[in-house]
Design a binder for this molecule. Structure first.
Ligand code: SF4
Ligand code: ZN
Length: 726
C-alpha cells in the first residue's frame, strides 16, 4: 500500500470536510437549522449517507450531526515515518469524503450554484434510477464508468466515450482537469449528452462524483432490498453486482485521490492515465484497487479486465457504430438526410413466419429507390417485411420478435426509429449517410440481431424492404389482417385458458428473493415482460430467467392461488414466501423488486384504492410520495395493502379481482389516467360501468384521503356500495 496515496486521500478528505462545514455554517446562518435539504424526487434522502449510516438527512440540523460523525471517521495524516500496511485509514477517509461531498451538493440545491446548469444534470431522480436500473438488471448495461477529469484532448474524450457506449457501459462524468471536463470536451465535439445516450454529465465540481456513487447506493436500496444503515450489505452488494469503475483522467490531485478512496469502498477500482502510485494487492475490490499510467487508448479495456466485466459486443457489418447505448439518440430535423413514415408517408413493419423454401437466409432486397437514388430532404414510404423460418418458431413469437425491430434499428448511430406495426417513423442522419449507411443495412442489422437474440427458435431470416408506394400499401394491407388476428388472440388468452405461467427471475440479480409469476392477464410488474415474451424467452433460453410454472391444482380461484405456483415461488424465493395470490393486494400479495411502474395502495377510510405511477412526483392521498412508498414496497417482500404492478394490469380483468377489482379505484394521477384511458374504457365497457372513469379522482380533484372521501360522495362513486375491503 502506498503511503503517498494514503496521505493524499486523507488530506483531500480533510479539505472536503472543511468545505462542507463552511458551506453548512453559512447556509444555517442564512436559512436556519430547520431548512429542508433534499435531492429532487427521491425517497432515499442523501443516499450515500442514508445507505451507510441509516441517518435520514431532512434538515440542515441533520447535516451538523453527520459532519460531526464524518470528522470522527478521519484518521490522522500519516507522518513521513509512519508505515501503513493496510487500507483501513484510507478507506475511512474515502467515506468521510463522500459524506461531506453529499452535503456540499445538497446545500448547492438550496443556496446555489444549482447543480443543474447548462449541460450538467445534477442528481438523478428515482424515476431515472428505476428506468436505468432495469438495464443493469437485465444485462443491457453491464456497468458504469465514473470518468473524473478530462482527457488529454477532445478527440481522445470522444474515443473513450464511444468505446464505452459501444460496450453499453454508462458514462458518468464529473470533475475537471485544468478547467475543462470530459463532458465539456464531448459537448464541444457535438456529441449528444444525457441519460438517453448513456453519457451523463453530473457536475463539473469534483463533489458531483457522489451522484455516481449515490446511483450505486440507490441500486442497492431499491433493487437489493438493502436497508438504510446496513453499510456492509450495501457495499458487498455493489462489489458483487454493480460493475463499475473509475477512470481518472489527467492529473490526480488530493481531492480526486480522496474520491478514489471512496470508490474503493464500493469495490470500484480506479484506472488512471497518469503516473500515480498503484495499489495492487487484492482485497476490497475484486481485483486491483488502483492501476496507473495506462495510455488513454487502453484505459477502457484495462478497466474491463480489472473489474472483471463480461462484455458481449454485437458485430454487425454496417458502416456506423452499433450498440444498445445508441438507442436513445435522436436525429434532429436539420440533421436528417431522409425520413420515412411519421405521418409524412406510409410506413409499416411486419414480421411473419414463412416456409423453409420461401426463406433464403441473409438475403436482403430493396424494392424501390435506395439512398443513391434520392437527395437530401426527401421523404420515402417504407415497408419492412421480415420472413423467418425455424423449426421451433411459433405464431406467438412473431409479435415478440417484431417488437424488437424498433430496438435493433435504433442501435445504429444516426438512425432513429419510433413506433411499431403501421405507425413507424424512421430517420437517417446526414452523418450516417455520409458514412455509407444504406436502406439495405436495415436488413443487415435485422439479420445479425435476430440470429444472435433468437437463434434458438429461428434458423433463417430474409428481409424485403419496399420504398415505392404501391408495394408499401400492399404490404400494409396484408399486415393489418395479421395484426387483427394477433389482437384477437391476445384477447382470448386468459389465465384460465393456459396450464402454464412463466416465472421471471431477472430481478433476482438485484432483489435476491423476488420472483415474478407472469400470467396471460398479469404481466411482470415492470411492464416490460408479458406472458408471450416470457414464453418466447424460455424457448430461446430454456435454463434462463423465465421458467414454465405448471399451475397445478387450484387452491383458491378467487384469490388466484395455485398449488404449482406456490411451490415454485417457495423454491425460487429461497423459501422466503409460502403463498402468493395473483389477484389480491390484501392477502399474500405478490412481491415487488423495485421495478414496478405503478403502486396500488389502499386508502382505508375510502374503502378504495389509489394507483400512482412512478412518473408522478407530487404528493398522493396516502400522505406519501411515490418514492416513499417505493421504499416500503420494494426489495422482494410482501406488503399487504400495497402492491407494485404494471400500468397495463390496471385494465386487466384480474386487477385486484379478489378485493373487488377496478371498482375500488378512487384516485390516480391525471397523466396516468390519460395514458391508459383506452384500455380502461374498454374494460369499463365490458363491466357496464360507462362514466366510471370520470368518478376516479385525480390530483386536480383531491390531494388528501379526506378530500377523496368528499369526492367519492359527490360523484356517487360505486365504491360506496361495496363491502369493506379488509
Ligand atoms: Fe424484474 Fe419481474 Fe420485470 Fe422480470 S418481469 S424484469 S423479475 S420486474
Ligand atoms: Zn425488478
Amino acid at each position: 500500500m502506498s503511503k503517498i496515496i494514503a496521505t493524499s486521500a486523507i488530506k483531500g478528505a480533510y479539505k472536503t470536510l472543511e468545505r462542507a462545514e463552511q458551506m453548512l455554517a453559512k447556509s444555517i446562518e442564512k436559512n436556519g437549522e430547520d431548512q429542508v435539504v433534499e435531492f429532487p424526487d427521491t425517497g432515499y434522502y442523501l443516499p450515500i449517507i442514508y445507505s451507510m449510516s441509516g441517518v435520514k438527512v431532512e434538515k440542515l440540523s441533520d447535516c451538523i450531526k453527520v459532519l460531526e460523525e464524518t470528522r470522527k471517521l478521519l484518521p490522522v495524516v500519516p507522518s513521513e515515518k509512519m508505515w501503513l500496511p493496510y487500507l483501513g485509514g484510507t478507506l475511512d477517509a474515502g467515506i468521510a469524503t463522500l459524506w461531506a461531498e453529499e452535503i456540499i451538493e445538497a446545500i448547492k440545491y438550496i443556496d446555489g450554484p444549482s447543480p443543474v446548469d447548462g449541460i450538467w444534470l445534477g442528481a438523478a431522480t428515482d424515476l431515472i434510477i428505476r428506468e436505468r436500473g432495469i438495464e443493469f438488471v437485465d444485462g443491457t448495461a453491464p456497468g458504469f464508468a465514473a470518468c473524473v477529469g478530462a482527457a488529454k484532448d477532445n478527440e481522445t474524450a470522444v474515443k473513450i466515450a464511444r468505446e464505452l457506449q459501444e460496450k453499453n457501459i454508462y458514462v458518468f462524468m464529473t470533475g475537471e482537469t485544468n478547467g475543462i471536463s470530459m463532458a465539456e470536451q464531448l459537448d464541444q465535439e457535438g456529441v449528444e449528452l444525457g441519460w438517453d445516450t448513456r453519457l451523463v454529465p453530473f457536475g463539473k465540481d469534483i463533489s458531483a462524483t457522489i451522484y455516481a456513487l449515490g446511483f450505486a447506493a440507490r441500486a442497492a436500496l431499491s433493487f437489493g432490498g438493502v436497508q438504510g444503515g446496513d453499510f456492509r450489505r450495501m457495499l458487498l452488494y455493489n462489489k458483487s453486482r454493480v460493475f463499475a469503475f473509475v477512470l481518472a483522467l489527467g492529473e490526480v490531485d488530493e481531492l480526486k485521490y480522496a474520491n478514489a478512496a471512496g470508490a474503493i469502498n464500493y469495490g470500484f477500482p480506479t484506472i488512471a492515465d497518469t503516473n500515480i502510485p498503484e495499489i495492487l494487492p487484492r482485497g476490497v475490490c475484486t481485483y486491483e484497487h488502483v492501476v496507473s499510467n495506462i495510455p488513454s487508448e487502453e484505459m477502457v479495456s484495462k478497466a474491463i479486465e480489472v473489474r472483471g466485466l463480461k462484455i458481449t459486443v454485437d458485430k454487425v457489418d454496417i458502416p456506423v457504430a452499433f450498440g444498445a447505448a445508441f438507442e436513445g439518440e435522436r436525429v434532429r430535423k436539420e440533421d436528417t438526410f431522409v425520413e420515412f413514415g411519421g405521418n409524412k408517408s406510409e410506413a409499416v413493419e411486419f414480421l411473419r413466419t414463412a416456409d423453409q423454401t420461401e426463406v433464403e437466409d441473409g438475403k436482403v432486397e430493396v424494392f424501390g429507390p435506395e439512398i443513391d437514388d434520392i437527395k437530401e430532404g426527401d421523404v420515402l414510404p417504407l415497408g419492412i417485411e421480415v420472413l423467418v423460418y425455424g423449426r421451433k418458431m411459433q405464431d406467438d413469437f412473431e409479435p415478440v420478435m417484431e417488437r424488437q425491430i424498433h430496438y435493433f434499428v435504433n442501435y445504429a448511430t444516426g438512425i432513429f426509429h419510433m413506433g411499431q406495426r403501421d405507425i413507424i417513423w424512421v430517420r437517417f442522419s446526414k452523418e450516417a449517410v455520409k458514412k455509407g449507411f444504406k436502406i439495405k443495412h436495415i436488413g443487415t442489422i435485422l439479420h445479425a440481431k435476430m440470429h444472435s437474440d433468437f437463434g434458438n427458435i429461428m434458423d433463417k431470416i430474409q428481409v424485403k424492404i419496399y420504398t415505392n408506394p404501391e408495394d408499401v400499401s400492399a404490404l400494409k394491407a396484408r399486415a393489418k389482417g395479421v395484426f387483427r388476428t394477433r389482437d384477437e388472440r391476445l384477447k382470448t388468452l386468459t389465465d384460465e385458458s393456459v396450464d402454464t405461467f412463466y416465472s421471471c427471475s431477472l430481478c433476482q440479480s438485484f432483489a435476491p428473493n423476488h420472483i415474478c409469476a407472469v400470467s396471460p392477464e398479469r404481466p411482470g410488474l415492470c411492464g416490460a415482460y408479458n406472458w408471450l415474451d416470457c414464453k418466447a424467452s424460455n424457448e430461446i433460453n430454456p435454463t434462463g430467467p423465465n421458467q414454465p410454472i405448471q399451475k397445478g391444482e387450484t387452491i383458491d380461484e378467487n384469490l388466484g392461488v395455485w398449488k404449482g405456483v406456490n411451490e415454485f415461488v417457495f423454491k425460487a424465493s429461497n423459501q422466503a414466501l409460502e403463498s402468493f395470490s395473483a389477484y389480491s393486494m390484501i392477502v399474500d400479495p405478490m412481491t415487488s423488486c423495485g421495478c414496478f411502474e405503478v403502486i396500488a395502495a389502499i386508502l382505508p377510510s375510502t374503502n378504495g384504492v389509489m394507483a400512482v405511477n412512478r412518473e408522478h412526483s407530487g404528493m398522493t392521498p396516502s400522505g406519501m410520495k411515490f418514492s416513499t412508498m417505493a421504499g416500503m414496497v420494494g426489495g422482494g417482500i410482501q406488503t399487504p395493502g400495497f402492491v407494485g404492478i404494471s400500468k397495463f394490469f390496471i385494465g386487466s380483468k384480474k386487477f385486484i379481482k379478489a378485493d373487488g377489482g377496478l371498482k375500488r379505484l378512487v384516485w390516480m394521477p391525471k397523466a396516468l389516467k390519460e395514458e391508459i384511458r383506452d384500455i380502461l374504457e374498454e374494460r369499463l365497457k365490458d363491466m357496464g360501468l360507462d362514466g366510471f372513469i370520470d368518478k376516479v379522482a385525480t390530483e386536480e380533484d383531491a390531494d388528501t384521503e379526506e378530500q377523496v372521501m368528499e369526492w367519492i360522495q359527490k360523484v356517487n362513486h360505486p365504491v360506496l356500495e361495496m363491502e369493506p375491503m379488509m
